[in-house]
Write a protein that binds this ligand. Structure first.
Ligand SMILES: [Zn+2]
Length: 292
């Protein structure tokens, strides 16, 4: 059986939760499960390189008989071997093919050429989309609230604010209706001009300012449209989150799923927590989105 040579066409960036497609490859895995690859899918896979948004949950059906998809991961092949969830390259790397691997316990009946229907758990997807949209907006609000803590010029975000989020982030986890972002404020950030010594005394005011900005955005509701824009429909293509905020359109590179507008939320709020250790400050931002 030959390995896939074209990227999986993905519908989740447009909000799809159901798709029909054809099996193009089935890979038996060492743990007894199988990775089923389709020509197209609505299923969002976790990307091990930056695993911020978890995989969708849902089913894959043949002739009306459905079985659970127990996990979904990004697969990559250079034509010699299929890496399932452990690609040695970043998604989108030239010369590689990137595919959505739907992991199933039993691949009986899923031969190449078989037409299938994939159905994503829509409520779980909505909650992750809300969490992801809130995560991006919270990062912009945090950058805004921290603007006065910088003493030097650093690269700015889509709103022209010093991009603390990009410079300091160590991990980002999207949760149902929320997210947790971890930042490290160490020597290199201080050298770049982040006034770390005075920051602990200002955490409260920074959180208040971020929350005020988030509240103003959420109050604009349907007037803040959100979309994923992309160069092509293959899994390996670059995608960007685009939000029409009241003060202008902003974009952030993003491989996940999102709401259509802020009319779907009644609130976004952040909590900031600062901890000290190994010569650095660890900042945790917990974001909560309240569905409308
Ligand atoms: Zn994102």
């Amino acid at each position: 059986m030959s390995l896939p040579s074209t990227d999986t066409v993905v519908g989740y960036p447009d909000g799809d939760v159901v798709s029909t497609g054809t099996v193009v490859h089935v890979e038996a895995l060492p743990d007894g499960r199988s990775a089923v690859i389709l020509d197209r899918t609505a299923f969002h896979p976790v990307d091990p390189v930056w695993p911020d948004q978890p995989a969708d949950t849902g089913t894959i059906a043949v002739d009306g008989a459905s079985r659970p998809v127990v996990d979904a991961v990004v697969g990559a092949t250079d034509g010699t071997v299929l890496h399932v969830g452990d690609a040695p390259v970043r998604t989108g790397t030239e010369g590689w093919t990137f595919v959505v691997c739907h992991l199933v316990d039993d691949a009986t009946g899923l031969e190449p050429g078989t037409p299938v229907t994939v159905t994503v758990d829509a409520e779980a997807r909505r909650a992750l989309s809300a969490g992801h949209t809130a995560c991006h907006l919270a990062s912009l609000a945090l950058n805004d609230a921290l603007a006065g803590v910088w003493t030097k010029d650093v690269p700015s975000d889509g709103r022209g604010r010093p991009n603390f989020d990009q410079l300091a982030i160590t991990s980002s986890r999207i949760l149902p209706d929320g997210s947790v972002d971890e930042y490290r404020i160490g020597k290199s950030l201080r050298k770049k001009g982040f006034a770390a010594a005075e920051f602990p005394a200002r955490v409260g005011e920074v959180a208040d300012a971020a929350n005020a900005l988030l509240a103003s955005w959420v109050s604009a509701g349907a007037d803040v449209p959100i979309a994923i824009v992309r160069d092509g429909d293959g899994l390996g293509e670059r995608r960007r989150w685009r939000a029409g905020l009241p003060d202008g359109v902003v974009e952030i590179p993003c491989g996940g799923t999102h709401l259509r507008s802020l009319a779907e939320l009644t609130a976004i709020a952040v909590e900031l927590e600062l901890a000290e250790g190994d010569g650095a400050l660890a900042l945790t931002m917990r974001t909560t989105a309240t569905p409308a």
